[in-house]
Ligand binder design. Structure first.
Ligand SMILES: *Cc1c(COP(=O)(O)O)cnc(C)c1O
Length: 399
């Protein structure tokens, strides 16, 4: 008889966003005339930039002629895209080599798939609150997870603790859900901890484009010593509106080399290359052409204009929180505003209050871990008018 992977029994069954959708649908059915404003799910709303669209059309036309048609491409991504990502890093002051960059269908797949590279007896350290993918994918493999607390006291930026021995560490900065961003000194402390303990940091940089403050790092690879211990996951999803188009990339430095139990050596870059060439057949040529357009100087200008639109919404939300004296993180270098639930409420109760009283949907912090129990996440991905109306309604809760 086939035996199933029973680790799946250990994953929380109710997925956060399906519970939210259920409650919102129930409300809408009971109140068909009320306008609900959604500041919940982290999905973009603006269309793709004109340069991306032009590149996509051009690539579609290439597929229509035998001379320019493309079949299977390199599993790691076409050289034109790997090189433009390499140049993008260089413009931001970070040297990476093209064969350290692996193009993929997104950061969610890669942050999950990277678990293939590690033995199940590693101890995994994740922040709480956290993007649930890191936790669930490790539970699926039966790995032990320990949590580090993100709290108001540490600004939701947990720091290494020499008494805690971890082998694999997940960091996400700018953070989803808290919007908090590590500074250079803080990331240096993590890199030093990892190198000292032989650990590997899996750094999710999906929101790097939202970093407005030039003093804050957008890549952990800009930190001295990072190339021997850090893998970086990036995505065009939030950078350029590719959530439905699908393209990301992961940088696996060649300097990450670990001892094997028989005294040999294994390179993580070689392993990841081997995994991708075995289990993945590459991102569509058409999509890679669209992605390459994002990394041109003009393409980045277009992407920045989109991000500035979201930034304006984020400012509207954070200004409202300031006005109401509600404590929050994020909003400046991140599309998320993470705030303490007013009236000492539990986050699911506050969710229901927002829905029933003012018809604004957010995400209860409890869905991201126990430290989120009394926190709430709003996103800046809706349009300006809706965000403004949502904030006007939000203020009425305090009257
Ligand atoms: C949105 C998001 C991603 C991007 O995932 P894709 O699969 O590239 O769309 C990665 N990490 C975090 C924390 C995110 O919020």
């Amino acid at each position: 008889m086939a035996k199933l992977n029973e680790n799946y029994l250990n994953i929380k069954q109710s997925y956060l966003f399906s519970e939210i959708a259920k409650r919102v649908n129930d409300f809408c059915e009971a109140n068909p005339n009320k306008k609900v404003i959604r500041l919940g799910i982290g999905d973009v709303t603006l269309p793709l930039g004109s340069l991306v669209i032009k590149a996509l059309h051009g690539a579609v036309d290439e597929m229509s002629k035998a001379e320019t048609f493309k079949g299977y491409g390199p599993e790691q991504g076409y050289d034109f895209l790997r090189n433009s990502i390499k140049d993008y890093y260089k413009r931001n002051g970070v040297e990476v080599e093209a064969d350290e960059i692996f193009v993929s269908d997104g950061a969610k797949s890669d942050t999950g798939n990277i678990t293939d590279m590690f033995s199940t007896d590693n101890v995994v350290l994740v922040p709480d609150p956290v993007y649930p993918v890191y936790v669930d994918t490790n539970i699926m493999n039966g790995r032990k997870i320990i949590y580090m607390d993100g709290t108001a006291e540490n600004g939701f930026l947990p720091m290494p603790d020499e008494n805690v021995k971890a082998d694999i560490i997940y960091l996400c900065s700018p953070n989803n859900p808290t919007g908090a961003v590590y500074n250079k000194e803080q990331l240096k402390a993590w890199v030093d901890y990892a190198n000292k303990n032989g650990a590997i940091i899996l750094f999710d940089s999906a929101y790097e484009c939202f970093v407005a403050d030039p003093e804050l790092p957008r890549s952990i690879l800009s930190i001295e010593g990072a190339k021997t211990c850090c893998v970086e996951f990036c995505s065009l999803s939030k950078t350029a509106g590719f959530t439905g188009t699908r393209c990301g990339y992961t940088v696996v430095p060649k300097a990450i080399v670990k001892k094997t139990s028989d005294g040999g050596e294994l390179s993580l870059n070689h392993m990841w290359n081997r995994r991708q060439t075995t289990k993945f057949n590459g991102v569509p040529y058409i999509i890679q052409k669209g992605a390459a357009a994002v990394f041109t100087v003009e393409g980045m200008e277009e992407a920045k204009a989109m991000i500035d639109t979201y930034r304006k919404n984020a400012k509207l939300i954070s200004d409202t929180m300031d006005e109401l004296d509600v404590k929050y993180t994020g909003g400046i270098n991140s599309p998320y505003i993470w705030f303490e639930c007013p009236f000492n409420m539990y986050s699911w109760n506050f969710f229901d209050k927002m829905l029933n009283d003012i018809q604004v949907v957010g995400t209860p912090g409890a869905g991201f871990g126990k430290n989120g129990d009394n926190y709430f996440r709003l996103t800046s991905f809706n349009n300006y008018e809706n965000t403004k109306e949502a904030m006007e309604r939000f203020k009425t809760l305090f009257k």
